[in-house]
Design a binder for this molecule. Structure first.
Ligand code: AMP
Length: 303
C-alpha cells in the first residue's frame, strides 16, 4: 500500500539570512515525498527537464521513493527563486520559471491508480482533480493550494476541494479562501466546502486541526536556529499524510487520536526541514531522530 504524491519537482534559488544557494533540489512533491518516506512507501508523479541531475533522482530513490511516474520532458526543470526577510516569516518570490511544468499533464502509471492514499501538492486545481479522477478508489485524499489558485481559479479550486478528505492550508490562505478573518470561523467555512478536516498551518506559531466535532492546537517545535524554511509546509503535509498512510486504515477507521498524532508528525517533519538548506536535512535524518522529537513534543505540551 503506497501514498501517491503529485506536485512540483524543482530547482530552487534560495536566500536566507544564513546563506544563499543558487540552484538546489526543491519542489513541493520533492519535500512531501521525502518527509512521507519515513512513514510509508511513496510513489511520485511529476515532470522534470533534461537538466535534472541523476544525483537528485538518486536522493529520492535512496528513500525508496518510486520515481517511475516522474516524467522527463524536453526543456528545463521548473525553477523557483525566493528570498526571506530577516525574521524569515516573510518570503518574496523573485522568479518562477514554469519551464516543462507549464505543459504538465499528470499521467498515473497503472500501479499508482490502485493505491489507497493520495496527496495533491500545490498545482493547478483542474490538474489536481484530474489526478484524483485517475485513482480508482482512494481511501484518503488530501491537498494543498496557494493564494494564486484561490484568487484566480476559485471555481476550479472549489470543485477540487469538494472531493478531498482534508485540506492543508496556511492561515493567510485560509482567510482568503473563506473570507473570514477569525480562524475558527474560517475553518468552519472551509469544512462546509467539503473536506472532512482542515489543518491550518501557522508557521512558527504551529498548526490547528479542525474537524466538525473538535479542534486541536499544536505548537511548532522551537529550533535553536532556522536555516531555511523552504519546504517546511510541504514537509508538514508529508509527515501528516505519511503517518496516516503508514497506519493503513480505511477512511472510517481514522480516529481523533490518529489525526492529532499526524499533526504532531507534520510539525516534527516541518521542523527538521528548516534545520538545513533545501532538502539537505533528509540526507542524514533517521526515523529514530523523528520519534525522539515526537516524544519531546509530548513532553513540552503535557500539563
Ligand atoms: P513551501 O515552502 O512549503 O511553500 O514550498 C516551497 C517549494 O514550493 C519550493 O521548493 C518551490 O520549488 C515550490 N514552489 C514555489 N512556487 C511554486 C508554484 N507556483 N507551483 C509549484 N511549486 C512551487
Amino acid at each position: 500500500m503506497s501514498l501517491v504524491v503529485v506536485g512540483s519537482v524543482a530547482y530552487d534559488g534560495v536566500e536566507t539570512p544564513h546563506g544563499k544557494a543558487e540552484r538546489i533540489l526543491g519542489g513541493a512533491c520533492t519535500y512531501i515525498s521525502l518527509a512521507a518516506s519515513y512513514f510509508t512507501h511513496v510513489k511520485i508523479v511529476g515532470v522534470v527537464g533534461e537538466d535534472f541531475a541523476q544525483e537528485d533522482v538518486g536522493l529520492l530513490a535512496s528513500r525508496n521513493i518510486d520515481v517511475s511516474g516522474l516524467e522527463r520532458a524536453p526543456g528545463k526543470t521548473f525553477f523557483w527563486q525566493g528570498v526571506y526577510s530577516a525574521d524569515m516569516n516573510d518570503r518574496t518570490t523573485l522568479r518562477t520559471d514554469l519551464n516543462v511544468f507549464a505543459d504538465f499533464q499528470p499521467k498515473l502509471p497503472e500501479a499508482f491508480k490502485e493505491q489507497p492514499f493520495l496527496m495533491l501538492g500545490n498545482i493547478q486545481p483542474d490538474l489536481q482533480r484530474d489526478v484524483r479522477r485517475q485513482m480508482r478508489a482512494p481511501e484518503l485524499v488530501g491537498g494543498d493550494t496557494m493564494n494564486y489558485w484561490i484568487q484566480d481559479f476559485r471555481p476550479q479550486l472549489l470543485a477540487a476541494i469538494r472531493e478531498w478528505d482534508f485540506l492543508l492550508i496556511n492561515d493567510g490562505e485560509a482567510r482568503m479562501l473563506s473570507g473570514e478573518t477569525n480562524l475558527k470561523k474560517a475553518a468552519r467555512a472551509i469544512l462546509a466546502l467539503g473536506p472532512r478536516y482542515v489543518v491550518i498551518k501557522r508557521g512558527e506559531y504551529g498548526a490547528l486541526l479542525f474537524t466538525p466535532e473538535e479542534h486541536f492546537v499544536a505548537p511548532a517545535y522551537l529550533l535553536d536556529q532556522v536555516f531555511d524554511p523552504t519546504g517546511a509546509g510541504d514537509c508538514f503535509a508529508g509527515g501528516f499524510i505519511g503517518w496516516l498512510a503508514g497506519l493503513g486504515k480505511p477512511r472510517a477507521g481514522v480516529t481523533s487520536a490518529d489525526l492529532r498524532r499526524a499533526v504532531i508528525y507534520g510539525s516534527v517533519m516541518g521542523s527538521f526541514c528548516c534545520e538545513n538548506f533545501g532538502v539537505d536535512r533528509f540526507r542524514t535524518l533517521t526515523r529514530a531522530e523523528i520519534d525522539a522529537r515526537f516524544n519531546e513534543f509530548q513532553g513540552f505540551t503535557r500539563f
